[in-house]
Design a protein around this ligand. Structure first.
Ligand code: AMP
Ligand code: MG
Length: 438
């Protein structure tokens, strides 16, 4: 066994250190990013059918009650509860029918009942519906032989949404339920915020673009296919932003400057991959500094330790410029940093309220190696076992192993202070998939 010898080289902080000084905690980084991002203000008015996944620019109040009128929740007989004596027994005269969409025009008098179907408007003078299974009825009368609770089987007017009620506040995203509620309120047009525009480029002299006819041919020696472009494009598409693809930019300051400026001119946010680790600092980092106010952070996380964040001025400098994220180059780090930082940033720019990403408690089935001093996002497969959420590792966790991401259905979040996980220990999980599409 070789003993570790003291090094004569003065070492700089790196991701091999167990605890690095001056690392920025993930939550603090997210807070600093949020503090500097201003939600978009431009709005547009759309037909409701075109507004899925868009963000409301203004509050919506209910113009009327939903349901507009009290109606029956069941097929049965509408009665005035006071027509039933204490014994619960009564024979009432049938005076008409209330269909869904075709109300009974008259008014119920004492001792009368109206045949009513689900959704049918409650006739004036009726307050209760007795279900058809609980009566004996013929053409002319209906016999009831048990007590009925007043108001039973009636949906009150406004019980879903009351007239004048604030239904949604500005910043609310229009998902399936929201579109349905707006439709029920007769609101056919909505004013929403413009979609966020994101410009995207990857950096690296080693990168090669895919051609449609590439068909599995290996890249030239020492090169690799630009997989981050596809990963980023899919992540951005999932967020419903408008994406501007600026291609592959070589590791060269002038080209990087030009791409950053173009991105800032055309988009609200510029996202890049690669070129921000110490080895790239000389050429790419300088370009970032030259075109904008960009900070390089070492985040207390793995993967994804280096991250650049800031703003790039527009050419004429009159406009506020675009926000900028320089993500690491490693494919897993790209995804993890995107999910932890870029996604909340886009959420904020799009006008939605901030929210910390969801982390659920789970029991680990695996031994997970981990050093203290940083949060780790390992790839996991979670499932429910005997009513409990459990999670297993996908195996080796290198930041370049993108296949670990596709094998996973969640990220295992291991907190900063933890120095290793044994089977049975509690960890956090961030599920990849939610229930509601979009
Ligand atoms: P960098 O941060 O530029 O040093 O990139 C780190 C590593 O990530 C590189 O050595 C590549 O293996 C990988 N990488 C960088 N950019 C890409 C990309 N666009 N697609 C796939 N892998 C990439
Ligand atoms: Mg690179």
């Amino acid at each position: 066994m070789s003993e570790e010898r003291p090094s004569s080289i003065e070492r700089e902080p790196s991701c091999e250190d167990v605890v690095e000084p001056a690392l920025l905690p993930v939550i603090e980084a997210r807070r600093r990013i949020a503090a500097r991002l201003v939600p978009l203000a431009e709005r547009e008015t759309l037909a409701l059918a075109d507004a899925a996944a868009r963000v409301l620019a203004e509050d919506v109040n209910a113009p009327f009650d939903v349901p507009a009128r009290a109606n029956s929740a069941m097929d049965g007989y509408a009665i005035d509860r006071v027509s039933i004596p204490a014994t619960g027994e009564a024979t009432l005269t049938l005076v008409g029918t209330a269909w869904a969409g075709r109300p009974f025009a008259g008014r119920l008098a004492a001792g009368q009942a109206v045949r009513i179907f689900t959704g049918g408007v409650m006739p004036d003078g009726a307050d209760t519906v007795v279900i058809q299974e609980h009566v004996a009825a013929d053409e002319a009368s209906v016999r009831i032989d048990a007590d009925v609770t007043p108001g039973r089987n009636v949906r009150a007017a406004g019980e879903d949404v009351a007239a004048g009620q604030r239904v949604f506040t500005a910043g609310h995203r229009l998902g399936a339920a929201e579109l349905g509620v707006l439709a029920s309120l007769g609101i056919g047009r909505v004013t929403v915020l413009r979609r966020v525009r994101v410009a995207c480029f990857t950096t690296g002299d080693e990168l090669r673009s895919l051609a449609t006819d590439t068909d599995g041919a290996p890249p030239p020696d020492g090169c690799l296919y630009d997989s981050n472009r596809y990963t980023l494009a899919a992540l951005l598409a999932g967020l419903g932003v408008e994406t501007i693809d600026l291609g592959i930019v070589p590791d060269e300051p002038a080209a990087t400057r030009q791409a950053l400026r173009e991105g800032a001119r055309r988009a609200d946010l510029v996202v890049t991959s690669g070129g921000i680790s110490a080895g790239d600092a000389d050429f790419v980092t300088r370009a970032f500094h030259e075109v904008g106010d960009v900070a390089f952070w070492k985040i207390a996380m793995r993967p994804g330790r280096p991250l650049a964040f800031g703003f790039i001025g527009k050419d004429d400098d009159a406009a506020p410029g675009a926000a900028f994220f320089g993500l690491p180059g490693n494919p897993v780090a790209v995804m993890v940093t995107f999910l932890q930082f870029v996604q909340p940033a886009i959420r904020r720019l799009s006008g939605r309220p901030d929210r910390e990403p969801l982390v659920l408690p789970a029991r680990s089935l695996s031994t997970l190696r981990k050093s203290p001093g940083r949060v780790e996002y390992q790839r996991g497969v979670m499932r429910v076992e005997e009513g409990e959420l459990v999670v297993a590792s996908t195996g080796k966790q290198g930041a370049g192993r993108l296949s670990s991401m596709s094998a996973a259905n969640c990220l295992i979040v291991i907190d900063t202070d933890v120095d290793g996980v044994a089977p049975g220990d509690r960890v956090g999980v961030q599920p990849f998939e939610g229930l509601m599409p979009g």
